[in-house]
Design a protein around this ligand. Sequence first.
Ligand code: PEP
Ligand code: MN
Length: 338
Amino acid sequence: MFVVMEKDAGETMIEVVMAALTRHGFDVHRSTGSDQTVLGVVGDIASADIREFEVLDGVQEVVRVSEPFKLSSRSFKRESTVIDVNGCRIGGKDVVVMAGPCAIENEKQLFETARSVARAGAKVLRGGAYKPRTSPYAFQGLGVEGLKLLRAAGREFGMATVSEVMDISQIETALEYVDIIQIGARNMQNFNLLSAVGQVRKPVLLKRGMAATIQEWLLAAEYVMSGGNYQVILCERGIRTFETYTRYTLDISAIPIIQKLSHLPIIADPSHATGRRDKVMPLARACVAAGADGLLIEVHVDPDMALCDGPQSLYPDQFAQLMDDLRLIVPAVQRGLP
Ligand code: PEP
Ligand code: MN
């Protein structure tokens, strides 16, 4: 349920309403926009008598919402959420490109890749230290040693960093080294992990599960936000369909759908979606044209020797070409590149 405050409701009125809601056992999440405050109320709404809140001073209306997702919804917060990561704004006017190798393999591989993507215009360096591999015999990542390299490379080349955690036990270590915590597709419905990152105060990049509907994805975001961490970046990375030519099917339509339903930033990952290097650039261009707030692109200095996801990783010069292409596309959709 939402309690919409009147435009001129003062701070005291808002606090009185919040206190009344809390007294009734609800969790209250406040959203103050440029002209109005809306209180997102979660708990056992069905048995509440909403008139008790309607009569309070400063309350314009109380609405029961039929959408199951609340804090992530645009009816709760009309203005788009902009997430500031060390001065890099995700969800604002500029399209933010995150790039780097699938997995951090060693210092040379990471630093050379980081140098090339930074020079081409990437603002966030990606790299996996804990890798969710389909086979237990495949390279599982360098763990904390990888995170140390990632932080060093991010600092060296002036980029923020993003890396995945697969388990609650990895969160504390990751927080020390990365700016954005990634929850991978396979963990989109790992509810304990989602609740745990809801307790941290760093942005979370939440990938769409490969078999998740948009509603399930937004409910996953809701797990994070209901813990008080409102900094969620959604990432469309392809869903499983009957098509086998590509690794997954990139659901570009999710971009405008999410932008209608939610105020959260939405980025796209054409690398994991297609699984093929030659399909990454056209789809990356299409996602930006469709309004994505950013991209996540796998780039490797020597993809033929990569320990993970080499076939879908761009060569550095391809990535630079993609950035040049994006410079032409962004003005057509009233965006920019930082
Ligand atoms: C990744 O980004 O390295 C990754 C494993 O992605 P996904 O969870 O989308 O498969
Ligand atoms: Mn990968």
